[in-house]
Design a protein around this ligand. Structure first.
Ligand code: HEM
Ligand code: HEM
Ligand SMILES: [Fe+2]
Length: 468
């Protein structure tokens, strides 16, 4: 993927490759800092006062969100010329935006690492961190992000209107990206009221991952199905619109499942319970839809045009359903959430859902780029690619199961038996099943890291090898 991009027809696709390179590097950073945090769970003295758990955790989850956004922007710059038939309109300023954003990300991370403790005041918000989980970037970087995203949005809209036609995929993306970008603003309000702060902060996190991002991957997944399986555009787009309607419906009011215990009015219990329980419905639609399309297309001599990309798309379909649909539903009713809230349960769900819904599909897109860059008719799975997908997927699945077992122990002992007391907390933290779960998380994390190394190797070499 790395070497010269000269083979590509469109500047937009060359920019897409740049976005993906940074995305994959940040993915590596995410895994590294996750590993350090996991070691600290078992050996609390590890790197104490040198690189604290709080910082490792910040870098781990913020790198995750940032690299997924890089992958999404890259995916759009990649498919835009394909869908519209023209070069992206403002590609020069788009490229400039990329360099500004990347420089800003580097500075933000350096500041996290260099200034690990200090007072939390106005200055901290502007220069160091806003302290809002997952989107911790300080205000100056927030403003920079908004500017770069505006350039990106303008590029998408201007290119779509100037292009030969606006396909269903592009139309959905136009609406979705506007909502996605607009929601970011909800995470920038400043208030000293923690309940109000959480209220708005969830607009970003929940309405991203459970509404706008889901619609995004449905659109990109549709594009990938058309490219890898020659799927009928009509069928793909019909499902896309159905999913848009269902996802926005359940996803938006499903927001209520984060309003149970933060001081918001009690009617959120009912709203949250009902609508968030409906959320898996579109995920079932997505799941059935992909299998159905696949079944129809198989055996018609219509070979898969990119096996690794299709394999990752399959992982996405199952992973999204399991991680978001099943693992989300497990703790979404207030009667259950009362006991699971604040345990490792959300972490188990968070790992499997983020991986299943977003990591997997973007890694599939990375293979689409690798194929396009070398102009290959077909891309076949390599041995390294097979080991990479198996180790990463198997590792994250094992990690989620380990965390679920730890969470179960916490729920039973700390919450059920001891009624969320100080004493109960420590008894649960030292319970055998909890501790073992933390150990298995470390083991599975190492498997994911090994898979990552193979993935990078494969992405760098697969195109050249298969061209030859
Ligand atoms: C791909 C989609 C999804 C992703 C990436 C995702 C990710 C996450 C993450 C990371 C958290 C933890 C947030 C924190 O740090 O406090 C969380 C919380 C939660 N998620 Fe999801 N989620 C998704 C879909 C769903 C769905 C479909 C449901 C319900 C069926 C659901 C139910 C919940 C609940 C109830 C919580 C709150 C747990 C608590 O605070 O006690 N999620 N989600
Ligand atoms: C694709 C892979 C991964 C994804 C999508 C991912 C995602 C996440 C998310 C969303 C959270 C926040 C969970 C919450 O607060 O509810 C988190 C926390 C964490 N992750 Fe990961 N992660 C991945 C890989 C790893 C790896 C390889 C390790 C290392 C073993 C790791 C270790 C941790 C640790 C220790 C935390 C902090 C948990 C806590 O505060 O209790 N993660 N990760
Ligand atoms: Fe949610």
């Amino acid at each position: 993927m790395l070497s010269s991009n000269a083979g590509l027809k469109y500047e937009s696709q060359r920019l897409a490759v740049k976005y993906f390179i940074v995305a994959i590097v940040l993915f590596g950073a995410q895994l590294l800092f996750g590993l350090l945090a996991a070691i600290q769970f078992i050996y609390p003295d590890f790197l104490f006062n040198i690189l604290d758990f709080s910082i490792n955790r910040i870098v781990h989850i913020n790198a995750l969100v940032v690299w997924l956004l890089y992958g999404m922007i890259g995916a759009v710059y990649w498919l835009l010329p394909d869908e519209t038939g023209i070069e992206t309109v403002g590609i020069k300023i788009g490229t400039l935006g990329f360099y500004i954003l990347t420089a800003a990300v580097a500075v933000v991370v350096l500041v996290y690492l260099l200034i690990q403790v200090g007072p939390g005041n106005e200055m901290t918000t502007w220069l160091i961190t806003e302290g809002r989980e997952y989107i911790e970037a300080p205000r100056w970087a927030d403003i920079g992000i908004v500017v770069v995203v505006l350039v990106f949005l303008w590029n998408v809209y201007a290119t779509a209107f100037k292009g030969k036609e606006i396909t269903g995929i592009v139309a959905v993306l136009m609406a979705d990206l506007l909502a996605l970008a607009g929601l970011y603003l909800a995470g920038m309000f400043y208030t000293t009221n923690i309940a109000m702060d959480q209220f708005w902060w969830w607009w970003v996190i929940h309405l991203w991952v459970e509404a706008t991002w889901e619609v995004f991957v449905a659109a990109v997944g549709g594009y990938m199905l058309i490219k890898t399986l020659n799927a009928s555009r009509k069928v793909v787009e019909m499902w896309l619109w159905i999913e848009v309607a269902m996802m926005f419906g359940s996803g938006i009011l499903g927001l209520g499942h984060h309003y149970f215990w933060i001081g918001t009015p009690e009617y959120w219990w009912e709203i949250g319970a009902l609508f968030s329980a409906l959320e898996p419905v579109p995920l079932i639609g997505l799941f059935v839809h992909v299998l159905y399309d696949w079944g129809k297309e198989r055996g018609k001599g219509n070979d898969i045009k990119n096996t690794p990309a299709f394999a990752w798309l399959t992982v996405e379909t199952f992973g999204n359903f399991l991680g978001a649909g099943i693992w989300g539903f497990m703790h979404t009713l207030p009667q259950i959430n009362l006991y699971t809230h604040g345990t490792q349960w959300p972490a188990a769900h968070g790992h499997l859902s983020f991986f299943g819904a977003y990591v997997a599909i973007l890694l599939g897109m990375a293979y689409m780029l690798a194929q396009g860059k070398y102009g290959l008719e077909k891309m076949k799975m390599t041995k390294a690619g097979w080991w990479a997908i198996s180790l990463i997927t198997g590792g994250v699945l094992l990690m989620s199961i380990s965390l679920t077992l730890s969470a179960y122990t916490q729920t039973m002992i700390e919450r059920g038996e001891f009624g969320a007391t100080w004493e109960g907390y420590f008894i649960a933290q030292n319970a055998t099943w909890f501790v073992q779960g933390m150990g298995w998380r470390l083991v599975s994390g190492l498997a994911v890291v090994a898979g990552y190394v193979l993935l990078v190797y494969d992405l760098l070499t697969i195109g050249k090898k298969q061209k030859a």
